[in-house]
Design a protein around this ligand. Structure first.
Ligand code: PEP
Ligand code: MN
Length: 355
């Protein structure tokens, strides 16, 4: 197997290393024909070395340089994704909305974009309740080929219009390498769906865009599979990756999936990437969304993805798990109390309270 990041190294600088020490190390790395990626952390700066195909012969030389505490090999199979590689949490900022920062983010909207009125009504409602990112599918991964497949570019145009009107960045799914340029033209965040988590061509392709990518966990994927998929995106140069737990397949069928919230603290240890949880797709039933959204925030996630529809009974997809706008308001009120206990304000609601 060709493994481009085999032997990935990290230069750990002293807490007291000067900017000149750091620069000198970077220069030596670049002189070796490799890339130096400087990552300031809360306690020290680390410099990741990429571009090497095997062990770095000159590692010993780096170890002797002023300000260098250690040169280590990143042991996790995923490198750029790992907490070893980057100590500080990754924070992704889009138009003033932060994902992975100290405050929480809520992404909400319909499963599918169905039309102008449906989308704009939902967008206004979720914004008023404190959502700061609008979701809506224009290309839909449906289990049956006879189900509604999404509005395509017309749906993307409506999302762009909703962004204009509300100021909310939009997230939407891209299912195919051939759609990437089109979707990236309209969307602020590219969503990679559960069914495409190991579509390696698509992972590499979105890795070459400059749009943040939210990677949903595959239906039967281990954490290692998931993080290696995130690594595919990052290895192409796109560092803005968000992970989204959306339920996995287990033996029980009391709900659509099993919402694996115990993965949140595990991911926190293994990776610096932001973590969003999606109780809508995980449980598949509107009655479970509110309690599991509370639990998701209590588990330490950086935010939520929630499906909301003005008339769930008539929704073209995922109606049974979509919340009425008034139920979404109730969800936000209850989640805010959990968020307070976690010392993590919800971004949209903080703004609402301070204007
Ligand atoms: C969605 O977000 O509408 C969706 C299809 O999600 P998932 O890929 O998690 O099923
Ligand atoms: Mn859906």
């Amino acid at each position: 197997m060709h493994y481009p990041m085999r032997g990935c190294m990290l230069v750990v600088m002293d807490a007291h290393a000067t900017p000149e020490d750091i620069q000198a190390v970077c220069t030596v790395i670049e002189d070796m024909g490799l890339q130096a990626n400087t990552m300031p952390g809360p306690t020290r700066t680390a410099i990741g070395i990429t571009g090497n195909k095997g062990a770095i012969a000159e590692a010993a030389r780096l170890k002797l340089m002023p300000g260098v505490r250690d040169v280590i090999r990143v042991t996790a199979p995923y490198k750029l994704v790992s907490r070893e590689y980057r100590e500080a949490d990754t924070i992704i900022e889009i138009n003033g909305v932060q994902i992975g920062g100290p405050s929480l983010v809520v992404m909400a909207g319909p499963c599918s974009v169905e039309g102008r009125k449906q989308l704009l009504t939902t967008a206004e409602a979720v914004k008023a309740a404190g959502a700061t990112i609008l979701r809506g599918g224009a290309f839909k991964p449906r289990t049956s080929p006879y189900s509604f497949q999404g509005m395509g570019e017309d749906g993307l145009k409506l999302l762009a219009e909703a962004r204009e009107l509300t100021g909310m960045p939009v997230i939407t799914e891209v299912m195919d390498t051939e759609q990437v340029d089109l979707v990236a033209e309209y969307a602020d965040i590219l969503q990679l769906g559960a069914r495409n988590m190991q579509n390696f061509a698509l992972l590499k392709r979105v890795g070459r865009t400059r749009r943040p990518v939210m990677l949903k966990r595959g239906l039967s994927s281990t954490v290692k599979d998931w993080l290696l998929s995130a690594e595919y995106i990052m290895a192409e140069g796109n560092q803005a990756v968000i992970l989204c737990e959306r339920g996995i397949r287990t033996f029980d069928d009391h709900s659509r999936g099993t919402f694996d919230l115990s993965v949140v603290p595990v991911l926190r240890e293994l990776t610096h990437l932001p973590i969003i949880v999606d109780p809508s797709h995980a449980t598949g039933r509107w009655q479970s969304i509110l309690p599991m959204a509370r639990a998701g925030i209590a588990s330490g996630a950086d935010g939520l993805m929630i499906e909301v529809h003005p008339n769930p009974a008539e929704a073209w997809s995922d109606g049974e798990q979509s919340l009425l706008p008034e139920r979404f308001v109730e969800l936000m009120e209850q989640v805010e109390r959990i968020a307070d206990a976690m010392d993590r304000p919800i971004q949209g609601r903080t703004k609402a309270a301070t204007v």
